[in-house]
Design a protein around this ligand. Structure first.
Ligand SMILES: *Cc1c(COP(=O)(O)O)cnc(C)c1O
Length: 566
């Protein structure tokens, strides 16, 4: 019923290379996919008519194993799409390197707090009609070489639009490209316009028409995060010479840059936090770039203990994350108790998986994100002797998690070194590294630690969302002022900063580790151990000030106002 309704209403079509609908559907790698899932869940809660398109990723991102020395190995994630998704009879076809490639779709229904549905379509090329190579196009998220990646983007962008048509969607008000991977959808829309007008190719008017339909969110200032393909490869895969003639559309030296394609075909463009909006504006000066700060989906990320606490004190918070503001009225003992319950749940998992012997009464630091150099996961270990002295006075224990991208050798070595340091510290400071960071482990960690640590090299952290998940669970952050934390940090009230605001012309940040240790030693640990009442006050403010704002309910409203139905 609902589906039929959606198809005739004007909808937002949300395209994302990865979508995290739940932990057992491994079609996400990290922040981008989780954000996509949280966006879709919020659209369902807020009754925003939306459909989402992504790829099936039969082998997932990868299953991470860590050996005794902390070296990562990767395996395909074994999962059974039939157990979670419903196969649809519709088919779409795209041309890849001159071959027709057939696509089918699987659907998941995401139900909002009020019963409203948003459908997510997972595209799949594993059909007997396709060649062996083509059958594997929708297997691996961020796997393979650039040819493989480009072919995936053809399936997502061009195949995605065609699949929506095949499924009966006519009135699509907006196409939202979540990152540049989906930018080829613009090319398909241009073709549709030309065809409608009976022209063989599109023209400037078509570009204006398509621009009015498209919205683009850019997610990273890191250059490797922006897809580029050699023009030759584009010619081979798409077999469309006119693309070469559209150089001004793609920019730069024999490469086709998907970010530029998306920028050129969108009337609204945004970064994912205020600071990131500025950084992106600087990177892409010819365009007008706004900012909508990311959020997280409250009901997804609140631990069971906090969800039931909120249910008792803030009825309706699931439909309306803004009402988390009233967390200030929840008695402190109950906040502490809910936190302690979440903490014991995490530590039970940690101790069972890693035999770390962690103690519910010991101050616990959490650090989990992709293991890569700019996130500086080892900053906490820059001066191990100092860390030991701090822990000698007031005990600490540390839980790490995170995958390294299979091609990121630096990232692999970081995990290994954290393992080594952890082993040497064992007597003084229990340190553990959990395998296979996924939504479930994230949910345990963000709620179960006492402090969420984030130490990126500014201004590389576009937003960051795990600290928002922690805030929702009353866990304050100790973080570099970058991404969302510039907006979320009220020193001593919602958490603590490491150093000042990033400024242009800043030299290397040689002081960050010392500041981190000072904050721990002089402010945070004494509060936690000797002035628990004040620590709980900070926990409540994390929920009331940050949980109530850095959520996808607020975020989706901003997209509605500024980008979707403006
Ligand atoms: C939230 C989340 C992320 C993203 O966290 P950041 O703070 O943005 O790095 C990555 N992976 C998983 C499993 C998550 O739940």
């Amino acid at each position: 019923m609902n589906e039929v309704m959606n198809k005739s209403r004007s909808v937002v079509a949300y395209f994302s290379m990865e979508v995290g609908i739940e932990t057992r559907v491994p079609t996400y790698s990290g922040g981008l996919g989780i954000l996509a899932g949280d966006t879709i869940r919020a659209a369902a809660d807020m009754k925003v008519p939306m459909v989402a398109v992504t790829l099936l990723h039969r082998k997932g991102y990868f299953y991470q194993r860590l050996n005794a020395e902390g070296w990562q190995t990767e395996e395909p994630v074994a999962w059974v799409p039939e157990d979670f998704l419903m196969e649809l009879p519709g088919r779409a076809t795209v041309q890849i390197e001159g071959r027709p490639v057939q696509i089918r779709a699987w659907v998941s229904e995401i139900t909002g707090a009020g019963g409203f549905l948003v459908l997510v379509y997972f595209l799949d090329t594993d059909l007997p009609e396709n060649s062996e190579w083509d059958r594997h196009l929708t297997d691996s998220l961020y796997g393979g070489d650039s040819r493989y990646r480009l072919c995936q983007e053809v399936v997502l962008g061009i195949g995605g639009v065609r699949m929506l048509r095949a499924l009966g969607y006519r009135a699509i008000a907006r196409y939202h490209m979540n990152e540049g991977h989906a930018a080829l959808l613009g090319l398909e829309l241009l073709d549709e316009e030309a065809k409608k007008a009976g022209r063989p190719t599109f023209n400037k008017d078509d570009i204006e028409t398509v621009k009015r339909l498209c919205v683009f969110t850019t997610h990273t200032p890191v250059p490797a995060g922006h897809d580029q393909f050699p023009v030759d490869l584009i010619n081979r895969v798409l077999e469309r010479r006119e693309v070469e003639e559209m150089k001004e559309f793609f920019c730069c030296d024999g490469m086709v840059n998907m970010t530029y394609l998306a920028l050129n075909l969108s009337h609204y463009i945004n970064g994912v936090a205020k600071k990131h909006g500025e950084v992106a504006q600087h990177m892409f000066a010819r365009y007008t770039i706004d900012a909508i700060t990311n959020g997280v989906h409250g009901a997804t990320w609140a631990s069971d203990a906090f969800a039931s606490l909120f249910d008792r004190h803030i009825p309706g918070w699931r439909q309306d994350n803004f009402s988390l503001r009233y967390a200030l009225n929840i008695p402190k003992e109950q906040v502490w108790l809910a936190h302690h319950t979440a903490k014991l749940e995490l530590l039970r998992y940690v101790n069972r998986e890693t035999n770390a012997g962690m103690d519910g009464d010991v101050f616990t630091i959490g650090f989990a994100r992709r293991a890569t150099a700019y996130k500086r996961p080892e900053l906490l270990f820059s001066d191990v002797e100092r860390l030991k002295r701090i822990a000698g006075n007031r005990r600490i224990q540390i839980v790490f998690a995170g995958k390294a991208h299979p091609n990121d050798q630096d990232g692999r070595e970081i995990i290994h070194r954290i393992f080594e340091v952890g082993k040497n510290l064992k007597q003084e400071i229990p340190v553990t590294f959990l395998e296979h960071y996924d939504m479930e482990i994230a949910r345990l960690m963000v709620a179960g630690v006492d402090l969420w640590l984030n130490t990126p090299q500014p201004p590389m952290e576009a937003s960051g969302t795990s600290g928002m998940k922690a805030a929702l669970n009353g866990v304050p952050s100790l973080s570099i002022l970058d991404g969302w934390w510039i907006e979320g940090c009220i020193e001593g009230l919602t958490g603590w900063a490491i150093g000042g605001l990033p400024k242009e012309g800043d030299g290397p940040r040689t002081n960050d580790a010392a500041i981190l240790y000072d904050q721990l030693e002089k402010t945070i640990l004494p509060l936690y151990y000797e002035e628990q009442d004040k620590y709980v006050d900070i926990m409540r403010h994390s929920i009331a000030l940050n949980g109530s704002f850095f959520n996808t309910h607020r975020m989706i409203q901003q997209y509605v106002l500024k980008a979707y139905f403006e």
